[in-house]
Design a protein around this ligand. Sequence first.
Ligand SMILES: Nc1ncnc2c1ncn2[C@@H]1O[C@H](COP(=O)(O)OP(=O)(O)O)[C@@H](O)[C@H]1O
Ligand SMILES: [Mg+2]
Length: 251
Amino acid sequence: MLNTADAHPLDSIKYTKTQKVIIEPDVLRNNRVIMGLYNDPRADIFRVLRTNVLRQLRENNWSSFAITSATPGAGKTFICVNLAIAIAMEGNQSVLIVDADFRRPSVSQYLGLQCELGLVDYLKGNISLEDTLINPGIERLVILPGKNSNTNSSELISSRKMINLIKEIKSRYESRIIIFDLPPLFVGDEALLFMPYVDAALLVVEDGKNTPDELQHSMSILEQTNLLGLILNKSRQPLPSYQYGYIGETV
Ligand SMILES: Nc1ncnc2c1ncn2[C@@H]1O[C@H](COP(=O)(O)OP(=O)(O)O)[C@@H](O)[C@H]1O
Ligand SMILES: [Mg+2]
């Protein structure tokens, strides 16, 4: 629990070197970043998801989680960006999104950001972490953008530099939640390689596309991972709100 009598941990966060950009509401609307829009009624879905996720993170003293799915296009990045904004808006913590989808990085695209440098550049080159970070004009949200690695992403994920980066971003600020947008589980081994770096994972299931067998296979791949929940995305039939799992109605 946060003790409001003490100095708030967020007070110590200064993104002095982090680039700041302002995003146009039209870009957010077109890209379905509904949490970034003023008073959009559909944002309630992400508030419910936020509350469920934060409760589990706090109960277990976890600060990082990954978002993955069986197959591409399930809605990982859509959920990652909206959930990250929802968590940042809650106000008790800052959020860092790490776009670790080396195959199809798109977090910056969702926010309409032009990023020259990304995670791959940091891992392959001699640039500082601060040179890659972007604050997209949303309070308490910072992005470490992604870029295609073209080759050897598995080796990059297992590299000493990646291990050190994970340690660094986890320890740097108290009261910060790190969300990793990962590649799908069924394409290469990157998502699986990433799992030891995170406290937990959310699995996005695409309604009408992912089969029960795919779901079962995903769960077996994630056997060693703490599962925060399944998100049924692009659902054509909204589930009752009390049912376990989360709903991402088509928006
Ligand atoms: N709930 C939803 N309703 C409508 N379109 C969605 C929904 N979730 C995702 N999409 C769209 O589906 C496409 C793939 O989503 P994306 O998040 O980029 O997938 P992934 O990151 O899993 O590959 C995007 O065009 C996105 O806007
Ligand atoms: Mg994606």
